[in-house]
Write a protein that binds this ligand. Sequence first.
Ligand code: FEC
Length: 295
Amino acid sequence: MNGLVVMAYGTPRRPEEIEAYYTDIRRGRPPTPEQLADLVRRYDAIGGLSPLAERTEAQRTAIATELGADWTVATGLRHADPSIETAVADVVAAGAERITGLVLAPHFSSMSVAAYHGRARVAAEAAGVVYSAIDSWAADAAYVAFLANAVRASLETMPDGSHVLFTAHSLPQRVIADGDPYPTEVGATASSVADEAELTDGTWSVGWQSAGRTPEPWLGPDVLEEIDRLAEDGTPGLVVCPCGFVSDHLEVLYDLDIEASHRAADRGLPFARTAVVNDDATVMRSLAGLVRATS
Ligand code: FEC
């Protein structure tokens, strides 16, 4: 029996869990009352909680269905339950003789994908099971095609000459300074999507979003700065394609659909956000193929 652990960020399942979740993201440092209130306010603005838990489960189900009966597949979450360690224990208990790890984030970074795999590998090896990591699927053809279609569909609703900004989660600049491949991987996805959507040079770029609320410098330009710059330049419209995210969740539904879209409206810049993958059947089939090829 093959085992697959599908890993994702995780989200609070009840409002009472928000503080513990935020503390975990902050590596055990509890948020101040003001920081907690601000996060609760952002969840309230998208309906109280994030749809990420359901989206992750739908993705796991679709990939498991594609893989078939020879596979046991469990979800492991970085900042919520079931944890990555629980998922590894579950597939081992179900008879997995080897485990493949897939993170539902396309671009490798020492701060994200490597951290998920590190935890899964330790748990698998402690159980005496070989672990194989899928480090990146930034160049997955089905993912690139999905995004290119989404970009084309959004551009059709926007004024001619609109700019396309590909975004991913920002990281602290010190991580990038240490040689992390993350910005190169995000740039490669953006460039492949731009080619496939036949965007001309100068009409698209890469920006960063959702930087942490910490004093250290984060990778930029930030999407909000880009909105200001494009509005000042008289750009006719902006399509944001969050190519670093694969689910509807807080960073898409709040940071882009509310915060960024309001900023664009204030600056008089027409704004659209492209659809994200969620459990798109073609992309889930492609990820299942990658899992089979890696096992
Ligand atoms: O919908 C939801 O409930 C959860 C949405 C969510 C996703 C997500 C993905 C990534 N993050 C990454 C890095 C960081 C770093 C910090 C950080 C902080 C937060 C906070 C919330 C949050 N992140 Fe997140 N992230 C999501 C949610 N993230 C909430 C805390 C409040 C805030 O700053 O907004 C800073 C930690 C620190 O303070 O030390 C760094 C990266 C990803 C994309 C890859 C992945 O999914 O793993 C990288 C989804």
